[in-house]
Design a protein around this ligand. Structure first.
Ligand code: MLT
Length: 254
C-alpha cells in the first residue's frame, strides 16, 4: 500500500492525531479558501487566520492600522467595523497589495485552526487547483483533504473540490494511494459533475449554485462570487501556514 489520501467531510471528523505528520489541504470553496488565495495572489504580505473578530482587531492594534486590513464575515456578510468582507472580488491588488490581512470567517478559518497538528497546512480551491496538485505531487507523507463544511454540515462544493484534487493526483488510475471511503465518494461526485461536460468550469459553477453554501450566497446577492470561485487554476499561489508566526504566506510550486 502507498500513501494515505484521505478526504474528511468535516473538520470534526478528523481528530488531530490522524493529521499528525501529514499534509492537510483546508478547503472552503465558498468562500474563505478562494478569498485567501485571491488576497495572496494580489500581493497581500500574509493572511492571519483568526478565530474571532476580536482576535483580528488585536492584530491590527499590534501591527498598526496602516499595515493591517480586517477581513471576514459572519452570516456571509462583512463584520461591522471591518474593512472587507469575504468576497474574493474585494481583494484587488489596489486594495490588498503590501498589507497584512487579519481574517476571520465562520467555517474556513475554523477548519484551518483545527488542522494545526499536521506537518503542513495548505489552502486549496478551484482557483489554485493545478498549483496545489503540483505541490502535493512533490510532498511525502500522508495527504488529508479537510472540507470545512458549513456550521457542522457537509457541503457539496468542498467535497467536489476534494474529488477534483484526488482525480488530478491520479487516484483511480494509479494504485499507489491508500484512500478512505470519502476519497472514493468525492471522486465519484466530481466525475459525475464534469464527465461529459464541454466546460468543467461551467459544470462546477452550475453545481455550486445548487449547494447549500451556493444557495446561501445567491440569497445574499453574491452571484458573481460563485462564478469567480468556480474558475479553474487562475492563481498560482499556494497559501501555506507558518506555525512560527501563525500566518498564511504564499508558497511557490515545488
Ligand atoms: C465560511 O468560512 O464560513 C465561508 O467562507 C462563508 C462565506 O462564504 O462567507
Amino acid at each position: 500500500m502507498g500513501r494515505k489520501l484521505s478526504v474528511h467531510l468535516l473538520p470534526d471528523l478528523c481528530p488531530p492525531e490522524i493529521l499528525r505528520g501529514g499534509t492537510a489541504v483546508v478547503i472552503d470553496v465558498l468562500r474563505a479558501s478562494s478569498t485567501i488565495v485571491t488576497a495572496l495572489q494580489n500581493g497581500a504580505i500574509a493572511v492571519s487566520p483568526c478565530g474571532s473578530p476580536e482576535e483580528a482587531e488585536s492584530i491590527r492594534e499590534q501591527y498598526g492600522a496602516d499595515q493591517v486590513l480586517l477581513g471576514g464575515e459572519r452570516g456571509g456578510v462583512r463584520i461591522e467595523g471591518f474593512d472587507l468582507g469575504n468576497s474574493p472580488a474585494e481583494y484587488t491588488r489596489e486594495v490588498i497589495a503590501g498589507r497584512l490581512l487579519a481574517f476571520t470567517t465562520t467555517n474556513g478559518t475554523r477548519a484551518l485552526l483545527r488542522s494545526l497538528s499536521s506537518r503542513s497546512i495548505l489552502i486549496g480551491c478551484f482557483l489554485n487547483l493545478s498549483a496545489i496538485v503540483q505541490r502535493l505531487r512533490g510532498e511525502t507523507g500522508d495527504l488529508h483533504l479537510v472540507c470545512a463544511g458549513t456550521d457542522g454540515v457537509v457541503t457539496g462544493e468542498d467535497v467536489l473540490f476534494a474529488g477534483a484534487v484526488a482525480t488530478e493526483l491520479g487516484y483511480g488510475s494509479a494504485d499507489d494511494w491508500e484512500p478512505n471511503d470519502c476519497t472514493e465518494m468525492s471522486v465519484r461526485l466530481y466525475r459525475s459533475v464534469v464527465d461529459g461536460s464541454p466546460d468543467c468550469c461551467d459544470a462546477v459553477q452550475q453545481f455550486l449554485r445548487e449547494t447549500r453554501g451556493g444557495r446561501n450566497l445567491l440569497s445574499l446577492g453574491f452571484d458573481a462570487d460563485i462564478r469567480l470561485c468556480s474558475q479553474f487554476s487562475e492563481a498560482d499561489v499556494i497559501p501555506e501556514f507558518d506555525a512560527q508566526d501563525g500566518q498564511l504566506k504564499s508558497a511557490g510550486r515545488d
